[in-house]
Structure formats: C-alpha cells, structure tokens
Design a protein around this ligand. Structure first.
Ligand SMILES: [Cu+2]
Length: 108
C-alpha cells in the first residue's frame, strides 16, 4: 500500500503509554480513502507496547504488534469508511491503565 495521507508518528502517544497515562490529549483526524503510516517508538524501558486500531464496527483493522523497549515499528492502514476509530495497547492490562484513545475518519 502507498501512503496517501500524512504519516502519523505515535511517538508522543507512546511516551504516555510508557508513563502509564491516558492518551486523551493526542488527537488527529484522517480522511476516508487515505492510507496512513503509523510509526511507534516504544520509549518505555521495561515493557512491550503495541498499537491496535479498531474500526467503527469494533473489528480490528490492523496493528503494530508487540514492540520491545527502545524499538520503532510501523504499520500502514487504509481507511475506507468514515466514523469513530479507537486504538488500544493490548499488552497485559495496559488498556485498563489508560493506553487507549480514539480518532475520527471524516468523509472524503
Ligand atoms: Cu502498552
């Protein structure tokens, strides 16, 4: 897939992951039809993190899988449908600790 939209760096978000804080101050929007590359650097020192994106229907769209401390990983995802998407870290109890957030895909 070719990236047609902005590249989104999840770095900042992952620092919050590392600090075990909510990520509700991270926001971005995507237009329907765009393909976005997400890059996550795990700035934690002692735990893996991941970045899983769920569509408006709650189904998994794709993910950056478990990533070791200090490592960077990417995923390229296409967004066909407008709506509210969510993302979570599925490692252990991280989601319950606030490692989740949402973003909007607007109509093209
Ligand atoms: Cu995590």
């Amino acid at each position: 897939m070719t990236n047609t939209g902005p590249a989104i760096v999840v770095d900042k978000l992952c620092k919050h992951y590392g600090a075990f804080k909510a990520v509700d101050n991270i926001s971005f929007t995507v237009k329907a039809g765009e393909t976005i590359e997400f890059a996550m650097t795990n700035t934690a020192t002692d735990t893996q993190h991941e970045f899983e994106v769920l569509g408006p229907d709650g189904k998994a769209l794709g993910e950056i899988g478990p990533t070791d401390p200090g490592q960077t990983a990417t995923v390229v995802l296409s967004f066909d449908k407008a709506g509210s998407y969510t993302f979570v870290c599925g490692i252990s109890d991280h989601e319950a600790m606030g490692m989740k957030g949402s973003f909007t895909v607007t109509s093209a």
